[in-house]
Design a binder for this molecule. Structure first.
Ligand SMILES: C[S@@+](CC[C@H](N)C(=O)[O-])C[C@H]1O[C@@H](n2cnc3c(N)ncnc32)[C@H](O)[C@@H]1O
Length: 267
């Protein structure tokens, strides 16, 4: 790709999508961009930028493609605030009164990327149920992302911006940036390679987080996943999706919406 074309793409990404490609590895991003244009079967970048400028849906697809591995602690903080206010309490109450007298929760972060999501969840569990151990599973198809997740970092400033000072002091190693999660927290999570579109699912989960992953999939694949997530949840268990991921008819999959981003498996 010519340098001036790359400049124009970066300008378009910044102005139309609010994504700063300067912060991405140059060679890798150029390769990704090349394969995107080929996949789109569009001859030139100028033509594609023109399309992105006038088509809001295409803009979202391009954004999702560019940010495929991007993650952050407490990403979309308002959703996490709602989770903290309402969902974790009711999950724990039903877990305690169900067949599971220990109150231990089974939680799965599917498409966990670099681990920021499952560590955010683990921090809330520690705060909400101090001393209680839970089963925390985090999976992804991307080995490099998983390796970073397992190592508990490194995490950049931009990735920890929703972390409070108290959380930083309690759950992160001293120093940084870059930041690293304490081993004591990292050890509590089982990280596993797993392809959501091909591998079998475990079951009996109280909570499944699958956020900002399914936006990359076709409608048929999405529906297959909703069905499998529903089967993997215990009755009353919760599916926590990303802010732009909406199941229009959750009853088709044996679930009901309980506020934006949360779906409860029906009894
Ligand atoms: C944008 S990240 C989302 C990370 C995190 N859930 C969040 O919301 O911050 C999307 C992740 O989905 C993973 N992914 C994509 N296709 C997948 C698949 N078929 N099976 C499992 N993970 C997949 C990618 O490797 C990437 O780490």
């Amino acid at each position: 790709m010519e340098a001036d074309v790359y400049q124009r793409i970066k300008y378009a990404a910044r102005t139309l999508l609010n994504i700063d490609l300067e912060q991405y590895k140059d060679a890798q991003m150029r390769r990704r961009l090349d394969s995107w244009l080929t996949r789109k079967q569009i001859a030139t970048w100028d033509e594609y930028i023109h399309l992105v400028r006038r088509d809001a849906e295409e803009r979202e697809r391009f954004r999702a493609y560019l940010t495929i591995n991007v993650s952050a602690f407490f990403r979309d903080i308002t959703r996490w605030q709602e989770f903290d206010r309402k969902i974790i309490r009711s999950l724990h109450q039903t877990a305690c009164t169900s067949l599971n007298p220990t109150g231990a929760l089974r939680i799965w972060s599917a498409g966990c990327s670099i681990g920021a999501e499952i560590y955010s969840l683990a921090m809330l569990c520690e705060q909400f149920t101090p001393g209680q151990s839970h089963f925390l599973l985090a999976t992804d198809i991307d080995r490099d992302a998983l390796a970073q997740a397992r190592a508990g970092g490194p995490y950049a400033n931009t990735e920890v911006q929703n972390i409070s000072k108290a959380q930083r002091l309690t759950y992160f190693q001293k120093g940084g940036p870059p930041f690293y999660i304490k081993h004591s927290l990292a050890q509590k999570i089982e990280f596993r390679e797993h392809n959501l579109l091909a591998d079998p699912f475990d079951s009996g989960f109280d909570l499944i987080l699958c956020r900002n992953v399914i936006i990359y999939f076709t409608d048929a694949a999405k529906e297959g996943l909703y069905r499998k997530f529903s089967q993997a949840l215990r009755p009353g268990g919760i599916l926590f999706l990303g802010s732009t991921e909406i199941i229009s008819r959750p009853s088709d999959f044996g679930m009901r919406g309980i506020g934006m981003s949360f779906y409860e498996k029906c009894e």
